[in-house]
Ligand binder design. Structure first.
Ligand SMILES: NC(=O)c1ccc[n+]([C@@H]2O[C@H](COP(=O)([O-])OP(=O)(O)OC[C@H]3O[C@@H](n4cnc5c(N)ncnc54)[C@H](OP(=O)(O)O)[C@@H]3O)[C@@H](O)[C@H]2O)c1
Length: 289
């Protein structure tokens, strides 16, 4: 597989002339780079952002970078179920029919925090929000659609099941460590993605995972004294957001096969440890239903 960014024509040919791609977290880092690449290829975009103001500013930047696809900015806080439900109600009324979704929005919450629904912030944003967006979208999309969930190499050291309470009881088992909580949420997302591949496939929708690698975005900021040192020593060697967007862009071009993990220059089936955890999770769900 090629390691360069998909060319504009390659993207256009693979996605089709009438493609309409929803990108969550479209106003920052990798999401913004993704939108620029898609718009540059003339592909229609729905930029789903937590803040309309930041979304409109980002849409301006995407337009200025060049391209000619339509751009719609939508306010969606993926950490809140209600916000996602409202977004889909608006979408259905609008008559717009997305063909692709990139669940890119993500956070590494600096402190232990809970949504109004009582879900730990990393889990709510990185995992449940992405899954809810994908499940709704898979119902709305015509066969041939593609959903891409953004995972991370931190999945390797995530806890399964995650330490954060999932029952809305506002408890957390153990001391809160942001990187661990982030890894836990990404691991659960990856496992739940693997659990959904077959159901999506039955609808004719491909479901992939994309790992952007280590990318120079706001997410690398730890809010600590050593940030400037890391910037100096580390940032020059990590990927640019444009390079980080490559994994998701390549995944979008693959509607035929489902259940692949895309990295910068490669695609492979989901790793065995993910498939095993998915089997375990499905076994448990089977026993309780
Ligand atoms: N950077 C890396 O090295 C790396 C590595 C592996 C995976 N990833 C993943 O790649 C994705 C993009 O991250 P990034 O590096 O580009 O980080 P980033 O620069 O911090 O961008 C994150 C984006 O997600 C949005 N977001 C956060 N919470 C949201 C919510 N509740 N609802 C809607 N949007 C929300 C942010 O919007 P606001 O402006 O409103 O905060 C921002 O646009 C994430 O899923 C991340 O976990 C990143």
């Amino acid at each position: 597989m090629k390691s360069s960014l998909p060319e504009e024509t390659e993207l256009r040919n693979a996605l089709g002339r009438d493609a309409l791609v929803v990108v969550t977290g479209a106003n920052g880092g990798i999401g913004l780079a993704l939108c620029k690449a898609l718009h540059g290829a003339g592909i229609g975009l729905i930029m789903a952002c937590r803040s309309r103001e930041r979304g409109e500013a980002a849409a301006g930047e995407v337009r200025r970078a060049g391209g000619k696809g339509g751009i719609w900015v939508e306010e969606v806080d993926v950490a809140r179920a209600e916000s996602i439900e409202t977004f889909f109600e608006r979408l259905k009324r609008s008559g717009l029919r997305p063909t692709h979704l990139v669940n890119n929005a993500g956070t590494m919450a600096p402190h232990l925090a809970f949504t109004p629904e009582g879900i730990e912030a990393n889990l709510a944003t990185n995992c449940y929000g992405a899954l809810r967006m994908g499940d709704h979208m898979a119902e709305l999309m015509a066969p041939g659609g593609v959903v891409v969930n953004t995972v991370s190499l931190t999945c390797r050291f995530g806890h399964f099941p995650p330490r954060a309470a999932q029952d809305g009881s506002r408890t957390y088992r153990g001391t809160y460590r942001r990187l661990q909580a982030y890894a836990d949420s990404k691991l659960l997302l990856f496992v739940e993605t693997a659990c959904r591949v077959e159901a999506y496939r039955r609808r004719g929708i491909a479901l992939h995972a994309a790992d952007p690698g280590v990318v120079s975005t706001g997410m690398l900021r730890m809010g600590c004294w050593f940030d400037p040192l890391t910037d100096l020593l580390f940032r020059p060697f990590v990927r640019t957001p444009r390079q980080g967007a490559q994994a998701a862009l390549r995944a979008l071009c693959h509607p035929q096969k489902s259940g692949l993990l895309f990295r910068a220059g490669s695609a492979c089936p989901f790793p065995e440890y993910i498939r095993k955890l998915a089997q375990k999770a499905e076994g448990k769900a089977g026993k309780t239903s």
